[in-house]
Design a binder for this molecule. Structure first.
Ligand code: CMC
Length: 435
């Protein structure tokens, strides 16, 4: 008997089945041959919310949730955050290796070349209500890009794929900043190609009448690190949406609009917005114990705590906690950070959180830093979507090139009514009204 197998006895029939175990997983389709009767469909796995299902093989991001490890293409996130820029990390995610000096120059030039948007995109964005949520504007505009680049449907053509990637990575900061400027009633600012990726984004956000916007180097670096930390996170809700939608072979703009929509939700990319709202609601340190008590009683959650994968401190939260000091030094320390630190201190000692392995996640600190950098709360999920675009695109291409992948189509267990006849009277009444 080969060792790397799982033997299953079906007690309904007494039959035994040997199922191969590869990389710690069994192929779900192997269960299909386990049948109670010859005309039985075969056994399925029931796994709502994909709690224990690997949907792909990936070489992009590694997470060990129990040990708090995150690596992109094998490189520890801590080293990438300390030693590299976001554009280098985006290149790493997409191409699998860090760029050498020549590759980085070419990549930076190409991304920079694609930062401008068509004038009609600006007009499209002008059509939004003055108080439209920037994330709603962002994801709709990304979807609209597919109508500007019909060539993007050639997803089997590597050159076309890479052109769309450059366009998307180049344009997401522009669209994000324009969503903000629209909501503020401010004119759009042209990209400044002399600035870094993060610096140009800050310029498009905040430039007013000055001839040249000069970002504060500490804030520019902090934003770049935030971008690095958010660039990919393996098969989360948004990435699963990107792969799932992309598996229908639609163009990447449409798939990415769907991924951004998934990111918009409060349990995913909207969590940092929810953290700030929560901290504002708590208000002062004195109110922290009462708030914790409410959470423990099941009245709401401690936003920015807990993670489906990390069952220890999220490594990204640790980097951000350290980095926050540099930002607060420039921008000043807010009352909310004091409340946040107290909340964290109490929660990390409380058995409710400890026994459930609920630790701060990346959103616990990112919101505080964004706020210190004067980003409005509604922009938080948009700030997440900018760097995550590179991760989504890397995952999308990996999915397209994976011979094992097909259109994503889960099964269901039907628990509705059995077959039944439509009552004749209602049918006749309906027929009379349509005559
Ligand atoms: N506050 C209080 N209790 C919590 C929390 C929380 N933040 N998170 C989980 N729990 C409890 C939950 O009530 C449950 O308790 P019990 O076993 O008594 O019923 C237990 O912990 C397990 O929770 P779960 O909902 O089964 O865990 P999950 O893996 O489905 O949820 C989560 C993960 C992130 C959705 C959840 O922890 C949560 O809602 N956190 C707050 C929102 C948040 O910060 N989201 C950002 C996620 S990180 C960003 C990203 O990578 O996208």
């Amino acid at each position: 008997m080969p060792q790397d197998t799982l033997t299953i006895t079906d007690n309904r029939t007494g039959k035994q089945y040997d199922i191969p175990v590869t990389d710690g997983a069994i192929p779900a389709l192997a269960l299909r041959k386990i049948k109670a009767t010859p005309d039985d469909f075969g056994l399925m796995c029931y796994d709502p919310a994909f709690m224990n299902t690997a949907s792909c093989r990936s070489r992009i991001t590694y997470i060990d949730g129990d040990r708090g490890i995150l690596r992109y293409r094998g490189y520890p996130i801590e080293q990438l955050a300390e030693r590299r820029s976001f554009l280098e990390v985006a290149y790493l995610l997409v191409f699998g290796e860090l760029p050498d000096a020549g590759q980085l120059t070419a990549w930076t030039e190409q991304v920079t070349l694609h930062t401008m948007v068509h004038e009609n995109i600006k007009k499209f964005m002008d059509g939004f209500q003055y108080d439209a949520h920037p994330m709603g504007m962002f994801l709709s505009t990304i979807g609209a890009l597919s109508t500007f680049y019909p060539d993007a449907k050639h997803i089997g053509d590597v050159e076309s794929r890479h052109l769309q990637m450059l366009r998307l990575i180049g344009k997401v900061p522009t669209i994000a900043a324009y969503a903000y400027r629209h909501s503020m009633g401010l004119p759009y600012v042209m990209p400044d190609n002399d600035l870094s990726y993060a610096g140009n984004f800050l310029s498009m956000m905040y430039k007013m009448a000055e001839a040249k916007y000069r970002p504060n180097p500490a804030l520019e670096r902090a934003l770049d690190v935030l971008f690095i930390l958010h660039a990919d996170h393996e098969q989360n809700c948004g990435t699963n949406a990107m792969r799932g939608i992309g598996s229908s072979q639609v163009d990447p703009y449409s798939a990415l609009a769907g991924a951004a929509a998934a990111l918009y939700g409060p349990l995913h990319g909207g969590a940092n917005e929810a953290v700030l709202l929560m901290l504002n609601e708590i208000g002062t340190i004195a109110n922290v114990p009462a708030f914790i008590k409410k959470v423990k009683a099941g009245e709401g959650r401690l936003m920015g705590f807990g993670h489906r994968v990390y069952k220890s401190y999220d490594p990204r939260a640790r980097i951000l906690k350290q980095m926050s000091d540099a930002v607060f030094e420039v921008q000043g320390r807010s009352q909310l950070i004091t409340v946040a630190l107290e909340l964290e201190r109490i929660a990390l000692e409380d058995d409710y959180f400890v026994s459930r392995k609920l630790y701060p996640n990346v959103d616990f600190y990112s919101g505080l830093i964004y706020q210190a950098m004067k980003f409005p709360v509604a922009m938080f999920p948009v700030l997440f979507a900018i760097p995550r675009t590179s991760g989504w695109l890397a995952q999308w291409e990996e999915m397209l090139l994976d011979p094992e992948q097909k259109i994503a189509r889960p099964r269901q267990i039907y628990v509705g009514e059995g077959t039944r006849d439509v009552p004749r009277a209602a049918t006749e009444a309906a027929a009379r009204t349509t005559r």
